[in-house]
Design a protein around this ligand. Structure first.
Ligand code: ADP
Ligand code: MG
Length: 250
């Protein structure tokens, strides 16, 4: 099992943001974490990626306990993430951004240093090919359309050869058609490469089309888990969403 989470908990002052979340994601599987605004989704992500230390519970990656490790150690162990606010260097080209990512991945493995300009671009180009961005390799990231930047971000995450990708609202700010395309791309890459994906998403269309399983959180507590059709039909899930009058959050 790529990711195994048991009884994860976190409070902020008097607010119990996450009250005992357990989940598993297998290689090549996409698990969507959904729930109304304030349900605790981002807090869960931040405990998994090391930004926030859990109050309780355990996180295992490929059998190894990574609970409470700092973000950099978790990244080194092969946990990739994409950011809501895209983290690329705007003045550098698309290719250079991916080469940088490959370099830091190799440095993690071999502890050597070489300037980006001396890197063979073949590997970076191959990654850009996978996300459909090879044709724009020479352009500065700063001039790309938002949806294209998200693809570069995915290539950067893949440069780390992750076994797990954490994506907190990866399609935020994108047009509906772009969202579906980005998740379709991500799902194809994850399934072909055996990468486990945990993602949040407020577009239910995207969730129901691309998730293998869905875990629904409400006020820090899991209330339903299962295949998309079963979750969609679950009375408690309907109640949570109807109760708030919304199927999305920001
Ligand atoms: P979601 O991502 O599902 O919208 P969050 O995990 O961001 O939910 O938030 C869950 C709850 O925890 C909310 O009540 C939120 O106000 C609270 N919370 C999140 N982060 C912090 C923080 N750093 N300090 C205090 N409260 C927080
Ligand atoms: Mg959130």
């Amino acid at each position: 099992m790529t990711l195994e989470v048991e009884g994860l908990r976190k409070s902020f002052g008097g607010v119990q943001a996450v009250k005992g979340v357990s989940l598993r994601v297998a290689a090549g599987e996409l698990l969507a974490l959904i729930g109304p605004n304030g349900a605790g989704k981002s807090t869960c992500f931040n405990m998994l990626n090391g930004q926030i230390r859990p109050d309780g519970g355990t996180v295992r990656l490929n059998g190894q306990d990574i609970t409470g490790l700092p973000p950099r150690r978790i990244w080194r162990l092969g946990v990739g993430r994409t950011f809501q606010i895209t983290a690329t260097f705007g003045s550098m080209s698309v290719l250079e951004n991916v080469q940088m990512a490959l370099l830091s991945h190799r440095r993690r493995l071999l502890d050597l240093w070489r300037p980006v300009s001396r890197e063979d671009p073949a590997e970076a180009l191959a990654l850009l090919e996978r996300v459909g961005m090879a044709g724009q390799a020479a352009r500065p990231c700063g001039v790309l359309a938002y949806g294209d930047l998200k693809r570069v971000e995915l290539a950067i995450a893949l440069a780390n050869a992750p076994s797990l990708l954490l994506m907190d609202e990866p399609t935020a700010g994108m047009a509906p058609a772009e969202r579906v395309a980005l998740m379709e791309l991500t799902a194809g890459i994850a399934r072909a490469g055996g990468i486990a994906v945990l993602f949040t998403e407020h577009d239910m269309d995207v969730v129901f089309r691309h998730a293998d399983r869905i875990l629904v959180l409400d006020r820090g507590t899991p209330i339903a888990e299962g295949a998309p059709a079963a979750v969609r039909a679950d009375p408690r899930v309907r109640e949570v969403y109807l109760g708030t009058g919304a199927t999305h959050d920001h």
